[in-house]
Design a protein around this ligand. Structure first.
Ligand SMILES: [Zn+2]
Length: 331
């Protein structure tokens, strides 16, 4: 069978197609998309990627690439773990002594960067005589802290080894966090004791519970955000607090949106400024500030709220509506 040579863009001359290191050799591998059948193509490779021997056991290039990437991760796990456990600054400022440590301090970070570049290197698209034969498709990429993995399992392997985590435990925790929050999942696993089966169960159950609480809170907020009460502005009395007048307009907004605490006010701050943007920035800010003062007074003094707030009855109504909607949301 004729061996076809792939085009090599100028900036990639003498580069390994798999990892971007200097290439000294070629491997020959089948490619299925040329001339409607299998053809042998020759791919520039570095000595190391070739030494893994993966090309001897696979049929096509599509299978080969992820295998080599995984091998790079496994073989460079020591170098990669430098970046996972240190920052460049920490490493150069560390007080290692002795020859071996001096060397580590000097070249450790560089070794990490080289390994990381090899893992993340993106191969160029395959062309023969200027005709594309296939694009390099990364079906799904898993990421952790700037490193990309071609499959979930190789990421799990890397993480559990680098951070000394129980792999099945990490896997379970990741299913809760989701693949886009890997860093948080790893942080969680590093923080909780999970040496024994019992510890792992407890930690996992606690995590499930905290996710459940967050979900419930988010749901509540969603329901509350949709709360639309109608409070007639004429029934609201502006409130005088020391030198501040709290205008009926901002009180009405607070009541209609169920703003009965600072948590809700914080959440709806953007909504407030959207509503009052036509008043101009300064005026809107004054209105907001007045509302904060009012809310603070209401929340800090129960007796003032009961005896001196002229809008006491209206607030009672708002609070009862909020409570009602919350209990409905929990069902
Ligand atoms: Zn290579």
């Amino acid at each position: 069978m004729e061996v076809l040579e792939i085009d090599i863009p100028f900036e990639y001359r003498f580069k390994c197609w798999f990892c971007g290191e200097d290439s000294h050799t070629y491997i020959e591998v089948n490619h299925s998309e040329i001339n409607g059948g299998l053809s042998l193509i020759s791919i520039p490779t570095c000595d190391e990627c070739q030494s893994y021997g993966c090309h001897l056991s696979v049929i096509t290039l599509d299978e080969l690439r992820p295998l080599i990437k995984d091998k790079i991760i496994i073989r460079s796990s020591k170098e990669l773990s430098i970046g996972a456990n240190w920052t460049e600054k920490e490493l150069t400022e560390s007080d290692f002594t002795g020859n071996a440590f001096e060397g580590f301090k000097r070249s450790g970070w560089e070794m990490f960067l080289i390994a990381k570049e090899r893992v993340n290197f993106k191969a160029w698209d395959l062309c023969i005589d200027g005709i594309p034969i296939s694009e390099v498709v990364n079906e799904e990429i898993f990421e952790f802290d700037g490193l990309t993995f071609s499959n979930f399992n190789s990421m799990l392997d890397y993480l559990s080894k680098t951070f000394f985590l129980d792999k099945p435990f990490l896997k379970r925790v990741l299913t809760l966090y989701g693949n886009d929050r890997t860093i948080e999942a790893v942080k969680f696993c590093r923080l909780v004791p999970h040496e024994t089966e019992t510890e792992r169960e407890i930690a996992f159950e606690d995590l499930v519970e905290s996710f459940r609480e967050k979900d419930a809170l988010a749901l509540n907020n969603k329901i509350l955000d949709k709360l639309v009460l109608y409070v007639d502005i004429d029934s609201i009395v502006p409130v005088q607090l020391k030198n501040n007048t709290i205008p009926a307009l901002s009180i009405q907004w607070a009541m209609q949106n169920g703003v009965i605490n600072f948590e809700t006010l914080d959440r709806l701050e953007d909504n407030f400024f959207d509503t009052f943007s036509s008043e101009g920035d300064e005026k809107a800010f004054q209105l907001f500030n007045a509302l904060e003062i009012y809310l603070d007074k209401r929340l800090s003094s129960l007796s003032w709220r009961k005896n001196q707030d002229p809008n006491f009855a209206l607030w009672e109504y708002v609070e009862s509506q909020c409570k009602l909607i919350r209990t409905r949301g929990n069902k």
